[in-house]
Design a binder for this molecule. Structure first.
Ligand code: ZN
Length: 186
């Protein structure tokens, strides 16, 4: 199991992680716990998954809660199950106490980490030892947060992902308005 805390460096040794293994789906299976506008969260996760090339065998649970460790905006836990129906189980926790903008960016940020785990770019070798693009990093809690390359990528891409989602939504709304106008003209 891999866990990645974002916005602060922590010892990530012992966090309980329980999942029932579900069967493989052609697209990510998304489930949202807590928070508002669950349908939009599912929409965002699917949109980011498409952009990041995460198309199958992934089950993603997004949980909005207020009991995250102090200073942590969100974190991602990842576990790969092999066997007859291999599946990547991902659990994203997001601090519900942040502003709505921060929550939206945290979701995009964590989805970049999901991509890193699923594609094997970021691998947890053992507690506090990670491998990033083939290079091993020991004692990651000693590497300042902003110097971790996987965080740099997530911070860089979170804005672009969210911006693309908003633009796609805007195009959809314009199309919908045009459609409504056409129907009214009839
Ligand atoms: Zn992060």
């Amino acid at each position: 199991m891999s866990i990645l805390f974002c916005k602060l460096c922590l010892n990530i040794a012992s966090v309980a992680f329980y999942f029932s293994v579900s069967i493989a789906y052609p697209r990510p299976q998304v489930h949202v716990i807590g928070g508002k506008q669950k349908a939009e969260v599912v929409e965002m996760v699917n949109f980011y998954a498409d952009l990041l090339g995460l198309d199958s065998h992934i089950s993603i649970v997004v949980s909005y809660q207020s009991d995250l460790p102090k200073g942590i905006a969100g974190y991602t836990m990842f576990k790969a199950y092999s066997g007859e129906n291999p599946i990547m189980q991902v659990y994203i926790k997001i601090d519900i106490e942040q502003s709505s903008n921060a929550r939206l960016l945290t979701l995009a940020h964590e989805m970049v980490h999901v991509k890193q785990f699923v594609k094997g770019e970021l691998i947890r070798c053992e507690n506090d030892v990670y491998r990033w693009n083939g290079k091993q990093y020991a004692h990651i809690h000693l590497i300042p947060y902003l110097q971790r390359q996987w965080e740099q990528e997530a911070l860089r891409k979170q804005f672009a992902l969210y911006k693309q989602f908003r633009q796609a939504k805007m195009r959809q709304e314009i199309k919908h308005t045009h459609q409504l106008a056409k129907n009214t003209e009839k």
